[in-house]
Design a binder for this molecule. Structure first.
Ligand code: CUA
Length: 328
């Protein structure tokens, strides 16, 4: 009974998991992901047809009477056992290469937007290099303009991670000492989710991110806002929070551009309040979640590199959370 329940729960979970289009290769919103999905459906349909043919042949071999003689003839074995797989697999290989554009060299001079994403333990350092020479540091979110190819340089300075935004493109490893380049073109506006797809230790399962695809105009204004220094705290709680941030030494690891906080160990927090999530898509972006993260992050995301600040009083944590949430 328990086993039946377990099987049912597993099937229900898988089915429900497939319902959410937030992180699904079946809901492509990028040119590369569309090609991956097309190839998947062709392979699945072709595989199903061949599987049914094999089942029929097996049935005939067992119960087929005189037809069995045909099945065991040398001619049938040569055609279906040799010619058929060679023709089908060769055609599929050529089609797959053409569809996935294997061997196609990306344009030597890419003068559009370039993004560098570095895999950290366990979050994403995202740096934008714009056409006009600006370098903008952010974290845990990738923003792209719809319809424009974006070159993403994937790196790591620690262990191997894998960048996977299933709605945008296939996955690509981030390997220390090497730069892998992925060129993506978003086709639809909207938010989707990505995940580190290579086990990288402790908090690997909680190393996720959001992809935000904007219209080109919206993207430029987002980029301008992201490039600007942090806004000054508004309200007494936020001002007290900024003082706590300074006094507790948060700036040793985190940068808030426009203030004395210039740390580069942890994520840049200049506009952390405008992101969709906290701690690499682990928590929602609310003052309550900030407070929980600061005071008790080792329970929220075990082994992450930030210590839990349980030395701060509840009031201090509350002020700090309001300050950080206001950094839009
Ligand atoms: Cu990074 Cu798994």
């Amino acid at each position: 009974m328990n086993r039946a329940l377990g099987v049912f729960a597993t099937i229900a979970l898988l089915a429900l998991g497939a319902c959410s289009p937030m992180q699904s290769a079946f809901h492509p919103s990028g040119e590369e992901a569309e090609r991956v999905a097309t190839l998947f459906w062709i392979m699945t349909a072709g595989g199903t047809v061949i599987f049914i043919m094999v089942l029929i042949a097996t049935g005939l071999a067992i119960f087929g009477g005189k037809v069995r003689n045909t099945l065991s003839s040398e001619r049938f074995v040569t055609i279906m056992g040799l010619v058929f797989p060679i023709v089908v697999l060769t055609a599929l290989l050529i089609y797959g290469f053409a569809l996935m554009r294997v061997g196609e060299r990306p344009a030597e001079q890419h003068d559009g937007l370039r993004v560098e994403i570095a895999g950290e333990l366990w979050w994403w350092r995202v740096t934008y290099f714009t056409e006009d020479g600006r370098v903008i540091t952010s974290a845990n979110e990738l923003h792209v303009p719809v319809g424009e190819p974006v070159e993403i340089a994937l790196t790591s300075t620690n262990v191997i991670h894998s960048f996977w935004a299933p709605q945008l493109a296939g996955k690509l490893d981030m390997i220390p000492g090497r730069t892998n380049t992925l060129t993506v073109t978003a086709t639809k506006e909207g938010i989707s989710r990505g995940q580190c797809a290579e086990y990288c230790g402790g908090a690997h399962a909680l190393m996720a991110f959001h992809v935000v695809a904007h219209s080109p105009e919206e993207f430029r204004s987002w980029l301008d806002a992201e490039a600007a220094p942090a806004i000054a705290p508004t309200g007494q709680a936020a001002e007290r929070g900024a003082a706590v941030f300074d006094a507790a030494g948060c700036g040793a690891c985190h940068a808030v551009r426009g203030t004395d906080a210039r740390g580069v160990i942890g994520p840049d927090l200049t506009h952390v309040g405008s992101r969709y999530s906290l701690a690499a898509a682990t928590l929602p972006n609310t003052a309550k979640a900030f407070a929980r993260w600061i005071a008790d992050n080792q329970h929220v995301k075990p082994e992450n590199k930030m210590p839990s600040y349980d030395i701060l009083t509840a009031d201090q944590v509350g002020d700090l959370a309001i300050y950080l949430e206001g950094l839009e």
